[in-house]
Design a protein around this ligand. Structure first.
Ligand code: 13P
Length: 253
């Protein structure tokens, strides 16, 4: 049975005291919850990883980074390595987010190298894929998804754990959510690809999250789809009440 994963991607938001306030309140909200079938993850900006990780140590949620460099170490000013994340016991890291693909020109090849560095350090990648509005309108969504899967997961031992996040770019931060049917269609395609390229077990065990304007109002109808195993949440994860209520919905399913 796959767990539901509710993950918040804070992107470049939140100041130091806001981080503390949010995480202590989240901690309190989760204290009484039975999280046997739900995993809660917060991905703060890297400057807050240590603080967040210290608070998470005494709580029921986990921490993820938002990015990692594709090299092991060396003269890459401003960058963070997978070994550094591992040395701080950070269990998850987002890679391939559409904002990094768009603003920092990250290719499937670089994303693939990042993913392998995370695996070498036993960190679970949250690997993002998704089509733009133009690509959807051109009716090439499935081709894009398959090519991102083939590129990003090239020669990857997925048995080492990968979380896939389907985030249609046109639904990110726009308030336009994919309908449950639109999301389910692509999640089913990803699951099929996993079965064809790996095995039925890998396909059955790999969590596939949806991301794109997920909020307390639409979370339930998305999570009840057979191939949607959780959410990667941006805007609504900046508000501790909204985020906690989405966790509560997942717990009740
Ligand atoms: P929004 O929830 O703000 O649309 O962002 C989704 C996202 O990009 C999460 O990684």
């Amino acid at each position: 049975m796959r767990k539901i994963i509710i993950a918040g991607n804070w992107k470049m938001n939140m100041l130091f005291t806001e981080v503390e306030d949010f995480l202590f309140e989240l901690s309190d909200n989760l204290e009484e919850k039975n999280l046997n079938s739900v995993e809660v993850v917060i991905c703060p900006p890297s400057v807050y990883l240590e603080l967040s990780s210290d608070i998470a140590d005494d709580s029921k949620f986990f921490i993820g980074a938002q990015n990692v460099n594709d090299n092991s170490n060396g003269a890459y000013t401003g960058e963070i390595s997978a070994a550094m994340l591992d040395s701080m016991d950070i269990p998850y890291c987002i890679i391939g987010h559409s904002e990094r693909r768009k603003y920092y020109a990250e290719s499937d090849e670089v994303i693939n190298a990042k993913l392998k560095k995370l695996h070498e350090n036993e960190i679970v990648p949250i690997f993002c894929i998704g089509e733009t509005l133009t690509q959807r309108e051109q009716n090439i969504t499935k081709d894009i998804i398959l090519s991102q899967l083939n590129g990003g997961l090239k020669d990857v031992k997925i048995e080492d754990n990968v979380i896939i996040a389907y985030e249609p770019v046109w639904a990110i931060g726009t308030g336009k959510t994919a309908t449950p049917a639109q999301a389910q269609e692509i999640h089913a395609l990803i699951r099929e690809w996993l079965e064809e390229n790996y095995s039925k077990d890998v396909s059955g065990n790999t969590p596939i999250l949806y991301g794109g304007s997920m909020n307390p109002e639409n979370v339930k109808e998305l999570l009840i789809q057979p191939d949607i195993d959780g959410g990667l949440i941006g805007g609504a994860a900046l508000d501790v009440s909204k985020f906690s209520s989405m966790v509560a919905t997942a717990v009740e399913l």
